[in-house]
Each structure stands twice: as structure tokens, then as C-alpha cells.
Design a protein around this ligand. Structure first.
Ligand code: COA
Length: 376
């Protein structure tokens, strides 16, 4: 009986927007904005009424974060110093939403890789940081577009949304309530990033991922066994976004910065690294997995330094790119999608029996671990 209710990862899918912004392009646009702002406010700055803005630098960004470029859904308006936000033509209610569109692309990729049709899938979880609207759920729109007969709902645990989604999907399978669940993470992070904030303007990028979690009984031969999942949340204000119906100021870059992403980056770094390392060690212990035996760790992609420290604590030595691959250089921080992109792009080469860890962490604070073993 137990064997028929064992969750595995059958396949993953990825959608990468065509447009990419290099650090050089980003900093050129940001510094133009800074110079224009300072020139327009020269008198007030001189009088001490307005603070002069400081320029950004490519060297700082790369050294502090490891990010060299990020993909975006709308490059021109993001780089236009007069806009510095994503913009596209508003879509009618009879058209597919932008978030659903990219989620569907990632989902179709995962389904094709598993050799799976929509008729086999029972549920869609849209697990992401920023939904396009509150209702109807993005997941239900994705479900409809794919032609899935079942149910769907949205869930948001910020950067940990995908691993929380995987555990939720795994629990449906463990309980027998579903046999095949799509966890879709469309992350248009460019909408909640304040591109005019020097401290964080370089952090995020857009992408969509999908993870097909299924009962081992129906999974394709090539799959990943889920050995265990663990979730943790600890409240913190150090990463916060106050946008919402009850906070009425609109995020139009006009002095409403807290309606976009804000963080105390240093504190996040210091507090999250030990929390996540300890969580991984405890979960490995519970699952009787020797941490040093982990073949690969697909960590949340927020900052190269954070990943270096976490991987070092877990493996007991400086992790190589092979042991802890990063996709930060080309994707930036893609919120919940980061660890899934790393897994998607860097797991084919592993052998049957190899054990690895998908791990996310972020706002909340929140963290999730998914220990996996390659079956074939
Ligand atoms: N260009 C040039 N200099 C910059 C800059 C920029 N864009 N942004 C900040 N600086 C300067 C600061 O003014 C500061 O100067 P000072 O030392 O003279 O005061 C210096 O660089 C260090 O700034 P700080 O903000 O302390 O940088 P940091 O080394 O902590 O790196 C983060 C910033 C955000 C990259 C880093 O804290 C981080 O990655 N934290 C993890 C949190 C995270 O990734 N969260 C994402 C959500 S999961």
C-alpha cells in the first residue's frame, strides 16, 4: 500500500525570457537616473532639503552578489530612466494573463519531459512570490489553459514558495488525494523590484519553473525519489513588501518604496545562513543521510556568498561549482524559482543512486528542504 503513495519528481520545466540585462546596461541606466535626479534637485540638495543620490557600480554588484545579468519580461521600460519598471499592454479578461502565460510554458516543458499529457494531472499549485491578481487563482487559469481536470490554487511563501509547493504536492500524493501535481512558479520579480533603489536594484530577474510531483507508481523510469521534505518559518521584517489593498499608495516609484521589495541585506545574510545550515543538518540526520555524502546541493539563488557559506557548513569543505552550482550570474535572484532552475540545468549528469538537496530560503523568514535521490 505504502509503495503506491510515494512521491517523486518526474520532471522539471523552465521558461527563460529572451531579454537579458547585463550589469553594465543596468548601471548605465541607474546612473543616468541618479544624475538626472541630482541635477533636477540641485538647489534642494544644496540647501540640505533633499539627499543627493549615489551612483551604482558594476564591480560592487558582482562582488557583493555574484550576479552578472538577469532576464526580464520587458527590457526597454526597465532601462528607461523615466520609467524603471516593467510595462506592457494591458490584457483583457479574455486573454491569458502574463503570469499564467509563462507558467504554462514552464509547465508544458515539464509535462513533455515526463512524457505526460494534461489528462494525467490532478492538480496545479501556482507557488510564487507575486501573483498577478488575488482571484481567480493564477493556478486555475494555468489549469484551464493546460486542460487539466482537477483543482488548483495559489500559494505564496516568497522565495520558498516552490519547496513549500513541492511538500504540499508530496503530501497530496502521500495521502492518496492526488497522483500527479504540477507545482508552477512564474516569477515576474521585475514588478516588485525597486529599480531606483541602489541597494537592491541589481538583485532580481524574471523566469518561470515547473516541477511535476507524482506517485512513484505512475512516474517515468527517469525520476527523482523524494526522500524527505521539511519546511520552516520564523517571522522577520528584514525582507518585506507592504503592497496590498489595505496599503493604498500605489507603487509608482514616488516615495512609496515600501510597497516594493525592501530588505536589510546584511541582517538577512547573517541570520538566514545559520538557520538554513542547521535546518539542513537536522533534516539530513532525521533521514539518515550523511551530509558530506551529498552529491549536489541546488540552493536558493540569492547571493553567491550565502550559498558558499551554507554549502561549506553542510559539506565540511569549500563547495565546488559541481557540488553547489550557481545560476546567479545569468539569472540573478529569481525568488522561488532559483533552486529549481539550478536543479533543472544541473542534474542530468548525476548517476542513479546519487543523493542531492533542493533548498530554498527567503522572506518570512522561510526555508524548505527537499532531499532527492536519482532513481534512473
Ligand atoms: N553600488 C555601489 N555601492 C553600493 C551599492 C551599489 N549598487 N549598493 C550599496 N553600496 C555600498 C553601500 O553604500 C555600502 O557602502 P559603505 O560601506 O561606504 O556604507 C557598501 O556598498 C556595502 O553595502 P551593503 O548594503 O552593506 O552591502 P552588502 O555587502 O551587504 O551586499 C547584498 C548587499 C544585498 C548583496 C547582501 O547584503 C545580500 O545579498 N544579502 C542577502 C540577502 C538577499 O539576497 N536577499 C534577497 C531575498 S532572498
Amino acid at each position: 500500500m505504502q509503495a503506491t503513495h510515494r512521491p517523486v519528481i518526474s520532471a522539471t520545466g523552465l521558461f527563460t525570457p529572451e531579454d537579458s540585462i547585463s550589469n553594465e546596461e543596468l548601471v548605465a541606466s541607474f546612473n543616468t537616473f541618479v544624475r538626472q535626479h541630482n541635477a533636477a534637485n540641485a538647489e534642494a540638495i544644496e540647501a540640505g532639503e533633499v539627499q543627493a543620490l549615489e551612483e551604482s557600480s558594476v564591480e560592487f554588484i558582482e562582488k557583493a552578489s555574484g550576479i552578472k545579468a538577469r532576464h526580464v519580461m520587458a527590457k526597454a521600460p526597465v532601462l528607461d530612466p523615466a520609467i524603471m519598471a516593467p510595462r506592457w499592454a494591458e490584457r483583457g479578461n479574455d486573454e491569458l494573463s502574463v503570469l499564467a502565460e509563462i507558467g504554462v510554458k514552464a509547465a508544458r516543458d515539464a509535462l513533455a519531459r515526463a512524457g505526460r499529457g494534461a489528462a494525467d494531472v490532478d492538480a496545479v499549485l501556482c507557488a510564487a512570490s507575486n501573483m498577478e491578481r488575488p482571484y481567480p487563482a493564477m493556478a486555475i487559469e494555468i489549469q484551464q489553459e493546460l486542460g487539466i481536470d482537477g483543482f488548483g490554487f495559489d500559494m505564496n511563501v516568497a522565495c520558498s514558495s516552490a519547496t513549500f509547493g513541492i511538500q504540499t504536492a508530496a503530501d497530496y500524493i502521500r495521502s492518496g488525494n492526488a497522483r500527479s501535481v504540477l507545482v508552477v512558479s512564474p516569477e515576474i520579480t521585475s514588478g516588485h523590484l525597486n529599480w531606483r533603489d541602489r541597494d537592491s536594484h541589481f538583485i532580481f530577474g524574471d523566469v518561470a519553473t515547473a516541477v511535476l510531483v507524482e506517485d512513484a507508481g505512475m512516474a517515468p523510469a527517469r525520476h527523482w525519489d523524494i526522500l524527505g521534505t521539511k519546511l520552516k518559518t520564523v517571522f522577520s521584517n528584514n525582507i518585506r513588501n507592504n503592497f496590498g489593498f489595505l496599503n493604498r499608495a500605489y507603487p509608482d516609484n514616488a516615495g512609496t518604496a515600501d510597497k516594493l521589495f525592501v530588505q536589510e541585506g546584511r541582517k538577512v545574510f547573517k541570520e538566514v545562513v545559520p538557520m538554513v545550515a542547521q535546518m539542513i543538518m537536522e533534516e539530513a540526520d532525521r533521514l539518515n543521510i550523511e551530509p558530506t555524502s551529498l552529491r549536489r546541493m541546488w540552493l536558493h539563488q540569492a547571493n553567491a556568498g550565502m550559498n558558499r557559506l551554507i554549502a561549506h557548513k553542510v559539506l565540511g569543505h569549500e563547495a565546488s561549482e559541481d557540488e553547489s552550482p550557481t545560476v546567479l550570474d545569468t539569472y540573478g535572484n529569481t525568488s522561488s524559482a532559483g533552486s529549481i532552475i539550478a536543479f533543472h540545468l544541473h542534474s542530468e549528469d548525476l548517476s542513479a543512486g546519487d543523493t542531492g538537496l533542493i533548498c530554498s530560503f527567503g522572506a518570512g523568514y522561510s526555508a524548505g528542504t527537499v532531499f532527492v535521490r536519482k532513481a534512473a
